[in-house]
Every structure is written in structure tokens, then in C-alpha cells.
Design a protein around this ligand. Structure first.
Ligand SMILES: Nc1ncnc2c1ncn2[C@@H]1O[C@H](COP(=O)(O)OP(=O)(O)OP(=O)(O)O)[C@@H](O)[C@H]1O
Ligand SMILES: [Mg+2]
Length: 366
């Protein structure tokens, strides 16, 4: 799978821009703020219908009412067109000119794995960033997860709203017997079980792939392992015990919305011990693992987006990283300085200059 053509209309800094990409390596060069990341974000949001940076609405060019991202995605024996339109009223997605009513049917048509400078903070950031990585990855792999996740969010909100409604009715020391809360809790537990199982399975598989990729990238024999942490308990009695404190808090305190994952090297928590370089190695290994896993599961290589990460690595690690990515993968790289990238790996790349809110092709790759 690769993106053949990408057209952006009123997306971030672009008014109307059309780009023809190489099926292999593409490099976007430009100064800080030129609009390189915006291009990768447009691809990412075409795949996921979400921004990975901030509010989805922020992707609309200032002063405009909507954006449009259209694309031609080439497979071995066909070309699909994917179109994502977002206005302040909502989102619409189209495949081959037919509107796809369910987002879950659209996500997964284009698979991408993004390597971004923020990945470095994956370990240091809060749990929500790590959950985002799990959720967005799972959504690409499983349509069912997209639906389950939407349902999970809905059930959580319904329960939280009801907890807030109950607060003024709460009487000191009295046990809470509320039929509606019972129903909402049961629904929440049931959808939670699905999310828990999906995340647990996903993390087990990703862990296996990461063990391998970390060894390859670091050139060590270190053993990486994941610990999935959840405070979810599927018993109704457990939730009943928490009714009172949930109502006082005005929110559900137990469930997969509080999940986290920790990363260990040779059994020791990396968060507190790893150096900058080791953190980078781990986050890159996870992303390589993810791209391999997606390829194996979907029988189709994902598009790899490397936002500013290559220039941070020494030539040795650049080469290792690029050689670990599957030869069939389309790779899109951004950099401020082309000289920081190993010249031999960009020999055949298609090169673009990003300047004055436009993209100009300066070298056609083979
Ligand atoms: N909704 C929007 N409307 C108009 N301009 C926007 C919008 N969102 C972002 N921009 C502009 O896009 C530019 C940033 O683009 P981008 O992040 O792609 O730069 P970059 O080339 O990746 O820079 P760096 O090298 O610093 O990472 C900023 O000038 C910002 O003001
Ligand atoms: Mg950038």
C-alpha cells in the first residue's frame, strides 16, 4: 500500500496543495515552521480521522470553515480514493466517491505508523499518551475495536453524567440502591471487558515484536518487556463498593480509561533509569515493532512517517533503522537539514522543498 497522490485543501498552513509521492522514500525539507509536519499530520488524520496533536478543529486553516484531504492509495492491483472532509459541524469520509457512514468502516483503509519527536516522551509523559498509542494502533488493526472504543467512551460518559446527577441526592451513611446506576454500571463493565481483552492481547503481541526490534536496533541482547497496568475489576460487587466515592468524585474511578503500560529492560523499569538515547531507542523499537505487526496482520505494509527523527540519530542508527523497515514500505521523512541524513539512504528518494506555504518537487526518485 502506498499513497500515490495527496491533495490538501484548507488544511493547516495549506490552501490548496497537490503532491505526487514516490512509492519508496520521500523527503520533505524545510525550515522550522515551514509546514513539514502538517503534511505528515494530514496523512495521519486521513488514516485515523483524528489529529495527533490537538483538537481536530485546529486542523482547519484559520479563517476557513472546513478542510478536505483527498488521496489516491495504490495497492498491487487497484487504486482507492480516500477523502476526508471536516467542518466545524462534523466529519465526513468517502471511499471511491461513496460516503462511508461509519468511521469504523473507514479507519484501517490506510495504515500508517508515525515516528515523531514526541515519542521520546512516551515514557515520561502521562498515561493518557501511552493509552493513545495503544488505542490508535488497535484502531488501525481492528474495526471492532473502533466500534467498541466509541461505545466505551459513550458508556463512560453516560455513567459519569449520572454520577453527577446523583450527587445532590447522596445521603450520609445511607447505602446506595439505584436501579439506573446498576444498569449503567453493568453496561460499563461489559464494554470494559472487551477493551481490556483487546488491549491485553495487543500488548502481548507488540511486546514480542518489540523484544526483537530493540535487540536489532540497539545491537544489544537486552530484554524488553511490557507491564499492562489496569485498575479494572469486572465484578459488580467491586463497583458497588465504589458507588459512594464515585458519586462524590463525580466520575468513574475504576476502568480501562485509567490504564497504563510500563516498559522494563532486563526487568528494570526504564522510566526512571534510561538515558535519552535509550528512551529514543525504545520508542523507535516500539514503532518498528508496530509497523511489522501491522504488516503481518493486515498482509499489507503500512506507510511509515518519520517526522524529524532521522536527523536525531547518528549515521549508524539511521542505517539500522532504515534497514529494519520493510523494503516494501513507503517512507515519508521530514528534516530541516538534508545534510544530516545519510546521503546513501536518500540516493533514490523523491525530494520536496517546503517553503512559503507550498511544496515543490526538487528531485524525482527512482
Ligand atoms: N489551522 C492552521 N491554520 C493556519 N496555519 C496553521 C494552522 N495550524 C498550523 N499552522 C501553521 O503551520 C506552521 C507549522 O507547520 P509545521 O508544524 O508543519 O512546521 P514544520 O515544518 O514541521 O516545522 P518544524 O521544523 O519546526 O517542526 C506554523 O506556522 C503554524 O502557524
Ligand atoms: Mg515539524
Amino acid at each position: 500500500m502506498h499513497i500515490k497522490k495527496l491533495t490538501l485543501y484548507s488544511f493547516r498552513s495549506y490552501l490548496n496543495e497537490s503532491i505526487e509521492l514516490s512509492p519508496k522514500v520521500n523527503i520533505f525539507v524545510g525550515d522550522n515552521g515551514a509546514g513539514k509536519t502538517n503534511i505528515l499530520e494530514s496523512i495521519y488524520s486521513l488514516a485515523s480521522t483524528k489529529s495527533y496533536k490537538n483538537k481536530d478543529e485546529d486542523m482547519i486553516l484559520e479563517g476557513k470553515d472546513f478542510f478536505k484531504i483527498s488521496s489516491e492509495i495504490e495497492f498491487e492491483n487497484r487504486i482507492d480514493t480516500l477523502l476526508f472532509i471536516m467542518s466545524r459541524q462534523g466529519k465526513k469520509v468517502f471511499k471511491n466517491n461513496v460516503e462511508v457512514k461509519k468511521i469504523s468502516e473507514f479507519v484501517g483503509n490506510l495504515n500508517v505508523v508515525l515516528f515523531s519527536p514526541e515519542d521520546l516522551f512516551l515514557l515520561k509523559a502521562g498515561p493518557s499518551e501511552r493509552r493513545k498509542l495503544i488505542d490508535l494502533s488497535l484502531m488501525q488493526i481492528s474495526k471492532k475495536y473502533v466500534e467498541d472504543y466509541q461505545n466505551f467512551k459513550k458508556q463512560l460518559k453516560l455513567r459519569n453524567d449520572y454520577l453527577k446527577y446523583l450527587y445532590p441526592k447522596l445521603k450520609d451513611g445511607e447505602s446506595i440502591e439505584d436501579e439506573m446506576l446498576g444498569i449503567l454500571t453493568l453496561n460499563f463493565i461489559n464494554i470494559n471487558k472487551l477493551i481490556f481483552e483487546a488491549r491485553e492481547n495487543f500488548l502481548k503481541r507488540l511486546e514480542e515484536y518489540t523484544k526483537q526490534s530493540y535487540k536489532e536496533l540497539s545491537g544489544t541482547n537486552d530484554d524488553i518487556s511490557f507491564v499492562y497496568e489496569t485498575n479494572f475489576d469486572s465484578s459488580m460487587d467491586f463497583f458497588k463498593e465504589k458507588y459512594q466515592s464515585d458519586i462524590i468524585n463525580g466520575s468513574t474511578q475504576y476502568g480501562c480509561h485509567r490504564d497504563d503500560v510500563r516498559f522494563l529492560r532486563n526487568g528494570i523499569d526504564l522510566e526512571s533509569t534510561a538515558s535519552q538515547g535509550e528512551l529514543r531507542m525504545l520508542s523507535l523499537s516500539i514503532k518498528i515493532a508496530l509497523s511489522r505487526m501491522i504488516k503481518d496482520m493486515k498482509k499489507e505494509a503500512p506507510v511509515v512517517l518519520l517526522d524529524d527523527v532521522l536527523s536525531e540519530l547518528d549515521i549508524n542508527h539511521q542505517n539500522r533503522l532504515l534497514s529494519m523497515l520493510d523494503k516494501s514500505m513507503q517512507i515519508i521523512i521530514t528534516t530541516t537539514d538534508i545534510l544530516k541524513i545519510n546521503q546513501s539512504s536518500i540516493k533514490n528518494a523523491k525530494l520536496f522543498k517546503v517553503e512559503d506555504k507550498h511544496v515543490k518537487e526538487i528531485q524525482n526518485g527512482r
